[in-house]
Design a binder for this molecule. Structure first.
Ligand code: F0G
Length: 456
C-alpha cells in the first residue's frame, strides 16, 4: 500500500474539461506549441514542476507576518538562517528565479570562448552560457543516454571525460565546473555523493570553482539515502548539507524545491566573488535583502526549504513519481528508467519510432496527448535541445522525450492514474500519430515561442 499523503487539502481549484473538438482548435491556434495554451484550457498540467507547488498554510502565514521593507526586512534574516542551517552557506544573493542566478554567475565569471562543463545543462543554463559567449559542454556518464540501462545514478558526471576535457582545453578556458542535481534534462536522474565529491576534488586540484545547480537538491538527497551505501540512516537535511559542503557555490531556483511560485538564490563561499555577485545583482535584480522579490516571498522560500527536507514529504514525493512510472511500465510504455525525482520522461524515439527527429516526435506526442486528454506535458527533445548546422538543417538532440513533470503537493493519485490511462490509449493508436514541421523558432530558447504544423 502507498503511504498516505502527509498533508490534507484545505483549498481546491475546480477544473474545467474542454471537449476533444475544443482542444483540437486550441492546440491549432497555439501553433502546436503547448507553451502557448492558456492554462485554463488544460485539465491536468504537467508542463513543469517549477513555480507550481501548492504552498503550506505555514508558508502563507509566514508571508503575512513578514515586514515589507526595501532594506533589512526580517524575512531576509529568516532566510539567511535557513540557508546557513540547511544548505551550509553563509553568503548568497537573492534573485527572482534560477535563470537570474545563472545570469549573475556567468556575467561575472565567463569570457567569450570559455567552456562550462556540466553533467547536463538545462535549457536556460545552456542559453545563459551561450548568451555570454561561452560554450556549454555536457559530460554526463554514457548510461544517461542508454534507455535500457537502469542504474542508480544516471545523473553522474563522467569523471574521466571531465579530466580529459580539462587537459584538452586548459584551465584558463574553464572558469567554472557545474553539476546539476538532479539531472533534469537527462530524466531527473540523481548524482551520487561519491560523484559530487569526485567532481569537487578534481575541480579543486585544478583551482576551478565548482558550483551545484541545486534546483532539486532534496530529491537528490533522498535518492542518495535510498541508494548509496552509508546514507540509509542519515536525514535528508544532513545529506543535503553534506552535498553542499563540497561546492564553492550554487544556483537554486526556489520555484522547485523552495516550494514557492517565484524566487531563487545564488550561493557562494568566496567573499570577493560574493561582493561581485551582490553588486551586479543590485543592478539586475534589486537590493540584496529582497533581490527582485517581494519580501514575503523570502519568508515562503525559507519555510519551503524547511519543509522540502522533511522525510515524510520526500517519501510522498518520490512515491508519486514512482507510481506514475510503474503504471506506464505496466502498459509497456517506453520511459526513462528508473523514474526521476520530479518527472517521468516518455521516450518518444521508442514510442514513435517511425517519425524522424527532424519532425519532432516528442513535440508531436505532447500535442497529441493534449488533444486526446487535456493533459499538458512538455517536449524535451529536438525542439528544446536540437541545433541548426550552417545550412539551417536540424541537428537532432541526443534525447527525445516528453516530460511529465509532477507539481508538488498538487495532484492526487487518481489524477495520476488518469494520466497513465490516457497515455496508454494514445500508445494503442500510436501508428496514427504524425510528425510536425517547424515553421518558426527564435535562435536562443526557441522552443518556448516555436510554431509547428502537422505533416500531411
Ligand atoms: N536549472 C535547472 C536544472 C532547471 O530545471 C531550471 C528550470 C533552471 C535551472 C532555471 O530555473 O526556471 O527558475 O529560471 N526548470 C524549469 C523546468 C523551468 O520546467 O524544468 P528558473
Amino acid at each position: 500500500m502507498k503511504r498516505p499523503e502527509p498533508f490534507k487539502i484545505k483549498m481546491i481549484k475546480n477544473l474545467k474539461r474542454l471537449s476533444k473538438d475544443e482542444r483540437e482548435k486550441k492546440i491549432e491556434e497555439a501553433g502546436y506549441n503547448v507553451f502557448k495554451l492558456r492554462s485554463e484550457d488544460v485539465f491536468i498540467d504537467l508542463l513543469t514542476d517549477s513555480g507550481t507547488s501548492a504552498m503550506s498554510d505555514q508558508q502563507v502565514s509566514e508571508m503575512v507576518k513578514t515586514e515589507q521593507a526595501y532594506a533589512g526586512s526580517d524575512s531576509y534574516y529568516i532566510l539567511e538562517e535557513v540557508v546557513k542551517d540547511i544548505l551550509g552557506f553563509d553568503r548568497f544573493v537573492i534573485v527572482h528565479q534560477g535563470r537570474a542566478a545563472e545570469n549573475v554567475l556567468f556575467s561575472t565569471l565567463l569570457k567569450e570562448g570559455d567552456y562550462v562543463p556540466n553533467n547536463m545543462h538545462f535549457d536556460t543554463t545552456k542559453a545563459n552560457v551561450k548568451h555570454k559567449g561561452g560554450e556549454p559542454v555536457n559530460l554526463v556518464v554514457e548510461e544517461a543516454y542508454d534507455m535500457d540501462s537502469n542504474t542508480d545514478f544516471k545523473g553522474n558526471m563522467d569523471i574521466q571525460k571531465l579530466e580529459e576535457f580539462i587537459q584538452e582545453k586548459s584551465i584558463e578556458k574553464i572558469p567554472i565546473i557545474m553539476l546539476t542535481i538532479t539531472n533534469n534534462t537527462g530524466g531527473g536522474q540523481p548524482v551520487s555523493m561519491e560523484n559530487i565529491k569526485e567532481v569537487s576534488e578534481l575541480a579543486k586540484s585544478h583551482g576551478i570553482p565548482f558550483f551545484l545547480d541545486a534546483c532539486r537538491f532534496a530529491e537528490n538527497a533522498y535518492f542518495i539515502k535510498k541508494r548509496e551505501n552509508g546514507y540509509e540512516d542519515r536525514s535528508i537535511k544532513d545529506i543535503s548539507k553534506e552535498m553542499f559542503s563540497y561546492a564553492d557555490g550554487f544556483t537554486f531556483s526556489a520555484k522547485k524545491e523552495g516550494l514557492v511560485n517565484i524566487g531563487g538564490l545564488l550561493g557562494v563561499r568566496d567573499e570577493k566573488l560574493h561582493e561581485k555577485f551582490k553588486n551586479l545583482s543590485i543592478i539586475l535584480e534589486g537590493f540584496p535583502t529582497y533581490g527582485g522579490l517581494a519580501c514575503r516571498e523570502l519568508s515562503a522560500v525559507a519555510q519551503g526549504i524547511i519543509e522540502v527536507v522533511q522525510e515524510e514529504y520526500q517519501t510522498y514525493r518520490h512515491q508519486q513519481v514512482g507510481y506514475l512510472a510503474d503504471l506506464l511500465l505496466e502498459g509497456n510504455i517506453p520511459i526513462i528508467e528508473p523514474a526521476g525525482g520530479h518527472a517521468v520522461f516518455v521516450d518518444a524515439k521508442r514510442f514513435l519510432p517511425d517519425i524522424p527527429q527532424e519532425n519532432f516526435p516528442a513535440q508531436a506526442l505532447t500535442t497529441e496527448l493534449y488533444k486526446e486528454s487535456g493533459i499538458r506535458g512538455v517536449e524535451l527533445g529536438t525542439s528544446a535541445f536540437g541545433e541548426l548546422d550552417g545550412e539551417g538543417n536540424i541537428i537532432p538532440a541526443q534525447m527525445e522525450n516528453m516530460r511529465l513533470a509532477i507539481p508538488r503537493r498538487v495532484y492526487t493519485f487518481n489524477q495520476l492514474e488518469y494520466v497513465a490511462h490516457s497515455i496508454q490509449k494514445l500508445y494503442e493508436k500510436r501508428d496514427e500519430i504524425k510528425g510536425l514541421e517547424r515553421t518558426y523558432a527564435p535562435k536562443l530558447l526557441g522552443h518556448f515561442m516555436a510554431e509547428f504544423k502537422p505533416l500531411e
